[in-house]
Structure formats: structure tokens, C-alpha cells
Design a binder for this molecule. Structure first.
Ligand code: PLP
Length: 383
């Protein structure tokens, strides 16, 4: 079986993201007169969730806020929603919460809780929604079957979106993922297949081929720019407004990398808007180990090419579990293994000498999917 992904650098995407970074840095948009430059500007504005500027003769510069930069981030106070799809995107921002047990000395440690998303209880609801919405916007009457390689969370998000949009999902899981995933995904109406491989990314090419052969649609979370875009338009902007609300002195963001979608978008956004003082730390499993949802940089990631990461931190699976248990026992939050890995990485960085200030740890999901792993660990360590 072959893998068709190379994750090479795409020149046009590179130019668009350079423009996105420039707009974020300057907080304003300049209308070019050249049509091809204007086309590029429109694409950059779409990544930023802004309306196109009118570009009148006498006026060529527009502040981001004038173009609706923050308008998509609107907390609903009374929490009434007209559909479960609205419950997803109109319920953002996901919470930002201070972890009191980790905040000591000059450090404020905050967690962004992606488990507050309703479908997969994970960060992946965002991309399930954006990939399916973009697909349906271009193919409004499609009755497609969605094919996807997933380590569970994207599968849950796609199964949910398929359910509410009247589509079907065929999901392909690596052999290494907990058995509970098959049950969850089947309950959610998806067809589930196991692939005898360790990493999800190792059979993306096969799923692509299969979808093509069987007339299905492969949205492909690893390469679909709707992934990166939804994190730039929502996740990053939410965190920006939340950090302002809490008057944070933001020194760094720590996050796991799977497709690299959320951490790359956070890096582009915060470094462009606030400079190199906001450090970005990426968390990956130690060599030869598996932590569900995250993987090693050298296995290839699309959006990491265009952004800066200050450090990549290796975490062992047992450290991830230990730190997830620690958060459950100190904060009362039952977090997933990649969230535990993010805590472990942060503690390692702090022990190595981090600048004091506020740090945000992105917690991608909830602990319930990993019961089998927690159970083995508790049994083995008698803890
Ligand atoms: N953590 C979990 C549990 C995940 O499922 C994923 C993605 O699959 C990630 C972290 C990484 O997120 P991203 O794909 O945005 O890099």
C-alpha cells in the first residue's frame, strides 16, 4: 500500500499565508490595483474571516475590525440553538480556564478546553464542520459518502456532520486505536474499517484511492485548507479575545500536532499579531511510541511548513497518562491523552527555565475514549 502524501510546499498557499501574516501584523488591509494581487487579497481575507473591502478610489486602507474581523466570534448568552449544527459553531468560544493547581510563582497556566465541542467532544468538530460546509457550499446537492482516515475524533465529527446533512461516512481507523472507537462511530451511523497500520497518516493515500474508485468524497483532514482556516478564523481569534478579557501576559502556547492544523494557525496568528514574544511549543510522541491524535514532525505535516515553532517536545505515553490523571485529581477535569502530553511538555519546559507569565495549553479532547488505556495504566501501576 502506498502513501501519496508528500506535504511539500505549495507556492500559492505560501504567498497567501505570507499576506495573511502581513495583514495580521499591520491590523489593516491595503487594496492593490493589480487584479491578480486583488484575487490573492480576497483569498487571504477568506482565511481571516473578513468581508472584502469596497476598495473605493479615494480610500485604499481598511482596518481589520471594519471588515468584521471579530464578528464571527459571538458568545450566545442564553444558549438557545436552532439545530445541533448551530450548537457547534454558535457555541464557540470553547472555554479558557485557569488551572489553579499549575499556576504558581510568576506563572499563570490556562487551558483551552476543546472537549466542549458537542459532536466529538474534541477540537476536530471544528474541522468536520468547516470541511463539510465548504464541500457542500461548492456541491450543494451532493449526496456523497464521506471517506476519511481518522484516529476517532475527526471520524466522530464527520459522522455527526453526515448525520445532520443527510450524508454517509466510511471511516478508516489504524489498528493501534482503542476498540471503543468502533462502537462510538457505529452508534453515530458510520461504517468503520480497521487498517493494519500504526498511524492514520500512513493510509491516507489508500483511502484517497478507494474513495476515487468507489465514487466517494475524501475531504482529507491532512491536506484540506479548511482545517487550517477554521482554526485561524475561530480558534485563534477566540483565544485572542479571551486572553484580552483575562488580561493575560501571553508568553506561550503549547499544543499537540496531528495534522498540525490548530497549532500552525495559532502560531501564524499570534506571532504575526504579537511578535516573537509569544512562543509556540509543539508536542509529539517520543520516537517509536503512540499517543492517539498526535504524531512526530518528521512523519510530514502540511501547515507547519509556513509557520514558526520555537520548540518541539517529545513526550512518552506514560507521561501523558500520568499528567492526565494528575489534572483529573487536581482540577477535576477528565482530559484525553494528548492533553496529558501537553501538560507533561509544559512541565518539562518550565523545569528547563521558561520566562514567567501566562501560558495557554490547548486540550484537544476528553478522557472518555481512552478508558482502556487508563484502565491498563491503573492496573499496571496500582495508582
Ligand atoms: N489531539 C487529539 C486527541 C487529536 O485527535 C488530534 C488530531 O487528530 C490532535 C491532538 C492534533 O490536532 P491537529 O490535527 O490540529 O494537529
Amino acid at each position: 500500500m502506498s502513501c501519496m502524501l508528500s506535504f511539500g510546499r505549495d507556492e500559492r498557499l505560501g504567498r497567501i499565508l505570507e499576506l495573511v501574516a502581513k495583514i495580521l501584523r499591520e491590523g489593516a488591509v491595503y487594496c492593490p490595483s493589480e487584479p491578480s494581487e486583488r484575487e490573492l487579497l480576497m483569498e487571504a481575507l477568506d482565511f481571516l474571516g473578513c468581508r472584502p473591502p469596497p476598495c473605493e478610489e479615494e480610500r485604499r486602507e481598511y482596518a481589520l475590525e471594519e471588515l468584521g474581523f471579530f464578528e464571527e466570534i459571538s458568545p450566545q448568552r442564553l444558549r438557545v440553538f436552532r439545530s445541533t449544527e448551530e450548537l457547534l459553531y454558535k457555541n464557540w468560544p470553547t472555554p479558557l480556564v485557569k488551572l489553579v493547581s499549575l499556576s504558581k510563582g510568576g506563572f499563570g497556566v490556562w487551558a483551552k478546553l476543546e472537549s466542549f465541542n458537542p459532536f466529538s467532544m474534541s477540537v476536530k468538530d471544528r474541522i468536520g464542520w468547516s470541511m463539510v460546509s465548504e464541500f457542500l457550499a461548492k456541491n450543494p446537492s451532493a449526496r456523497a459518502i464521506l471517506y476519511e482516515a481518522t484516529s476517532t475524533n475527526t471520524g466522530m465529527a464527520l459522522a455527526a456532520m453526515a448525520a445532520v446533512k443527510g450524508l454517509k461516512a466510511k471511516l478508516y481507523l489504524p489498528a493501534t486505536i482503542q476498540r471503543a472507537s468502533d462502537v462510538i462511530l457505529r452508534v453515530m451511523g458510520a461504517e468503520v474499517y480497521r487498517v493494519p497500520k500504526t498511524l492514520t497518516v500512513d493510509f491516507v493515500g489508500d483511502v484517497d484511492e478507494l474513495a476515487r474508485r468507489e465514487g466517494g468524497v475524501h475531504l482529507n483532514q491532512f491536506e484540506n485548507n479548511a482545517n487550517f482556516k477554521v482554526h485561524l478564523r475561530y480558534t485563534a481569534k477566540e483565544l485572542d479575545l479571551q486572553a484580552r478579557e483575562a488580561s493575560l501576559s501571553l508568553k506561550g502556547i503549547v499544543g499537540g500536532i496531528g495534522t498540525s492544523g490548530h497549532l500552525s494557525a495559532l502560531s501564524l496568528y499570534f506571532k504575526s499579531r504579537y511578535g516573537e514574544g509569544v512562543r509556540i511549543y509543539a508536542v509529539q510522541p517520543a520516537p517509536g511510541t503512540v499517543i492517539p491524535g498526535i504524531r512526530r514532525v518528521e512523519s510530514g505535516m502540511k501547515w507547519l511548513h509556513y509557520v514558526k515553532v520555537d520548540r518541539v517536545v517529545d513526550v512518552q505515553p506514560d507521561e501523558a497518562i500520568e499528567h492526565a490523571i494528575r489534572i483529573a485529581r487536581s482540577e477535576g477535569l477528565f482530559i484525553g491523552l494528548s492533553s496529558g502530553a501537553v501538560v507533561a511538555a509544559f512541565e518539562r519546559l518550565r523545569a528547563g527555565g521558561l520566562e514567567e507569565g501566562d501560558y495557554v495549553l490547548v486540550f484537544p479532547d476528553h478522557g472518555f475514549k481512552y478508558i482502556e488505556r487508563f484502565s491498563d495504566y491503573l492496573e499496571r501501576t496500582k495508582s
